[in-house]
Design a binder for this molecule. Structure first.
Ligand SMILES: [Zn+2]
Length: 149
């Protein structure tokens, strides 16, 4: 009788352990890998700044966003990453131009290619922000596009 009780006890312990391991495995699969990052974009046609959630996995964004990107506010590809000047508060778009294959590197434009605010020329700017709790806002247009390389 005592032996049988021990065996039953052992089976229960094993079942609990297996259940715990399965639960842990499921948790780590679900949690660790995917995160959502919000990218602030500006639609230069609709003059609208909006938040675009981008899912990021362990190896980087799960969907590749290429610019100009599509926007829910206008037809076509009119959305670029949105920046705001810290000096004059102008919101502008920044577009990193793909470097043309075989193009000679331009040695003289080192300083000139530094992105600057298209309105006041300040190099102090950051990602545009949306007001708390809002996912889009109108901006006075036309929104200028600063091209960088
Ligand atoms: Zn400025």
């Amino acid at each position: 009788m005592a032996n049988k009780g021990k065996v039953v006890g052992l089976i229960v312990v094993i079942l609990i352990a297996v259940g715990f391991m399965i639960q842990r495995a499921m948790k780590s699969n679900k949690g660790g890998t995917v995160e959502t990052y919000t990218q602030i974009l500006v639609d230069v046609k609709a003059n609208k700044v909006f938040a675009k959630p981008v899912k990021i996995g362990a190896e980087g964004p799960l969907e590749k966003v290429e610019f100009p990107a599509s926007s829910p506010y206008s037809e076509g590809q009119n959305a670029y990453p949105a920046y705001q000047c810290s000096k004059c508060q102008t919101i502008f778009a920044m577009y990193a131009k793909p470097i043309a294959q075989g193009a000679a590197p331009n040695m003289t434009s080192g300083m000139a290619s530094m992105p600057k605010c298209p309105s006041c020329g300040s190099a102090e700017f950051g990602m545009a922000k949306l007001p708390e709790g809002q996912t889009s806002m109108d901006v006075p247009g036309p929104v200028k596009i600063v091209e960088t390389q």
